[in-house]
Design a protein around this ligand. Structure first.
Ligand code: UD1
Length: 433
C-alpha cells in the first residue's frame, strides 16, 4: 500500500497549476447520461473518483474513453450513452464513491427507470440520500428499496414541481437539477445549494440545450425539454485543491503562485488566511486568474475561529486543512463543523504529531502554536489525509502518511505538485492512480 514520506521544515516557493474540480467533474460526468449524443469533457482531474464514475457510466451503457491532457494531471473524457436494458449502478462501485447516487436523476429522466445501490454510511458521517429520493418521488418516480438497492421506476416522464429542499444539499440539488431538464413542465428548486460546482453543472446543461434560470442563486427554475444534445465542456478549477495548497503555504511558510485558480470561489478561506496574517494577491494570468500567497518564515500567524457552512460559508472540505494551519497560529481557535457530524478524525492524528487540541462532537479547540514532530500517521478520509500532509510539511524530522489511497481519490499528483515548490515529499510503494 502506498504511503507518503515527508521531511518537514522546508518553506514552499514557486508555482502550482490548479487542476479541474473533482466535485464539479463528477456531476458533469453523470449529466452525460441525459443524451445519446457524444459529450466531450475536459479538465477532469486525474484522480481515482473520476475513473470510478466512468466505470459507473460504462455499467449503465456508456461508451467511454479517457485520455490524458496537459501535463498528465488532467483527463479528457469522450462519452456517449446509448443506454442499457437494465441500468444498474452496482454496490461494488457505489460503496467506494457516494457521488454515484448522482446517476439516479439523469437515468430516471431519460430512461424512466434506474437501479442504484444505496451508498450507506461513510467515514465522515451518515450522509443520507432522503432529500434526493423525496424530491424525485414528488416528480412522479416510484422508489422501492430492497436488497440494498434503490429501484426507481416511472410512468411516462418526470413532472415539473415547485420544491423547497428542507436542508441545503449539494448532491440533492445536482440530482434534481439534472432530472428537471428532461421533465414535463417547469420545475422550481428552492433552497438550492449555491456551491460553484452547481453553477458549472448548470452551464454544462445549458450547453446541452437545457433551459435553466437563476444559475448561481438559491432558486433554480428549469423548463423541461424533450431532449438534450451533446456538448463540449471544460470543468472549473478545483477550489478545494487550491485551498489545500494555500493552507500548505500558510502552515509551512513560503511564497507560492497558484495558476488557473478562481479566487471568488475561495473567499471564506482567503478572508481567514488574511486575518491570520498571510499576504494574498490576485492577478489575471494567461490561463485564467492567479493567486499568490506569502508568509515569510518567522512571520507570526494569529488564531481565528472557523465555522463550516454551505457556500459561500467556509467549506467543510477545507476544515481539516485549516485545522492543520491553526496548530501553527498563536492563540486559541474554535472550529465548529456545521455540515457533517463525524469530521474530526484527523484531530487525533494531528495530536500524535504534537498539536494541542481537543475535539468533541461538532467542535474542536486548537491552542497554538505547537512544535510538531514527525511520526507515522494514518488517514481516514480524503480531506483528513490532506491535513496530515500539511502537518507533515511543518513537522521536524520524518512524517509518514499511511493509507494515501484516500488522497488519490481526490488529488491529482499532490506530492509531485508539492515537490515542484520545494517540499521534500516522496511516494513509497510505487502504485499510481
Ligand atoms: C458534497 C460533496 C462533498 C462535500 C459536501 C459539502 C460532491 C460529490 N460531494 O457532498 O465533497 O463535502 O458536498 O460541501 O460534490 N443531507 C441529508 N439528506 C440528503 C442529503 C444530504 O440530510 O439527502 C445532509 C448531509 O448529511 C449533510 C448535509 O445535508 O449534513 C449536506 O450534505 P450534501 O451537501 O448533500 O453533501 P454531499 O452532496 O453528500
Amino acid at each position: 500500500m502506498d504511503r507518503l514520506v515527508i521531511q518537514g521544515g522546508q518553506p514552499l516557493r514557486g508555482r502550482i497549476r490548479v487542476s479541474g474540480a473533482k466535485n464539479a467533474a463528477l456531476p458533469c460526468l453523470a449529466a452525460s447520461l441525459l443524451t445519446p449524443e457524444p459529450v466531450l469533457l475536459s479538465n477532469l482531474p486525474a484522480v481515482a473518483d473520476i475513473r470510478t464514475m466512468v466505470k459507473v457510466l460504462q455499467a449503465l451503457g456508456t461508451e467511454a474513453a479517457l485520455e490524458p491532457e496537459g501535463e498528465g494531471f488532467e483527463l479528457k473524457a469522450r462519452l456517449a450513452c446509448g443506454g442499457s436494458e437494465d441500468p444498474k449502478a452496482p454496490y461494488e462501485l457505489v460503496k467506494t464513491m457516494r457521488a454515484s447516487i448522482l446517476v439516479l436523476g439523469p437515468l430516471l429522466a431519460r430512461f424512466g427507470q434506474a437501479t442504484v445501490s444505496l451508498p450507506g454510511g461513510c467515514a465522515i458521517g451518515a450522509r443520507p440520500v432522503n432529500l434526493h429520493l423525496e424530491a424525485l418521488e414528488r416528480m412522479g418516480a416510484v422508489m422501492e428499496i430492497s436488497h440494498g438497492y434503490i429501484h426507481a421506476t416511472l410512468k411516462g416522464r418526470l413532472k415539473g414541481i415547485d420544491h423547497t429542499f428542507e436542508k441545503v444539499s449539494v448532491g440533492a440539488t445536482e440530482n434534481l437539477l439534472m432530472a428537471a431538464t428532461l421533465a414535463e413542465g417547469t420545475t422550481v428548486l428552492r433552497n438550492a445549494a449555491l456551491e460553484p460546482e452547481i453553477g458549472d453543472l448548470a452551464h454544462m446543461l445549458a450547453g446541452m440545450g437545457a433551459r435553466i434560470e437563476g444559475i448561481g442563486t438559491g432558486t433554480l427554475t428549469v423548463t423541461g425539454v424533450a431532449r438534450l444534445h451533446g456538448c463540449e465542456h471544460a470543468v472549473i478549477p478545483d477550489r478545494i485543491e487550491a485551498g489545500t495548497f494555500l493552507c500548505s503555504v500558510a502552515a509551512a511558510c513560503g511564497d507560492v503562485v497558484l495558476d488557473r485558480c478562481e479566487p471568488d470561489h475561495l473567499r471564506a478561506l482567503l478572508d481567514l488566511l488574511e486575518r491570520a496574517g498571510c499576504v494574498l494577491t490576485e492577478r489575471e494570468g494567461q490561463e485564467g486568474r492567479q493567486l499568490r500567497i506569502q508568509r515569510e518564515c518567522g512571520q507570526k500567524l494569529h488564531s481565528k475561529d472557523i465555522v463550516t457552512q454551505p457556500f459561500p460559508g467556509f467549506p467543510t472540505d477545507l476544515q481539516a486543512q485549516a485545522m492543520a494551519v491553526m496548530t501553527q497560529a498563536t492563540g486559541i481557535s474554535v472550529i465548529n463543523e456545521g455540515i457533517f457530524e463525524n469530521r474530526f478524525q484527523h484531530a487525533m492524528e494531528l495530536e500524535r504529531l504534537g498539536a494541542n487540541l481537543r475535539a468533541e462532537g461538532h467542535r474542536a479547540i486548537v491552542a497554538g502554536p505547537s512544535e510538531l514532530t514527525g511520526c507515522t500517521v494514518m488517514a481516514t478520509d480524503l480531506r483528513a489525509s490532506a491535513a496530515l500532509v500539511i502537518a507533515g510539511l511543518v513537522a521536524s524530522g520524518e512524517t509518514v502518511v499511511d493509507r494515501i489511497y484516500h488522497l488519490d481519490r481526490g488529488y491529482a499528483g499532490l506530492e509531485r505538485k508539492l515537490q515542484g515548490v520545494g517540499a521534500r515529499i516522496q511516494r513509497i510503494g510505487g502504485g499510481k492512480v
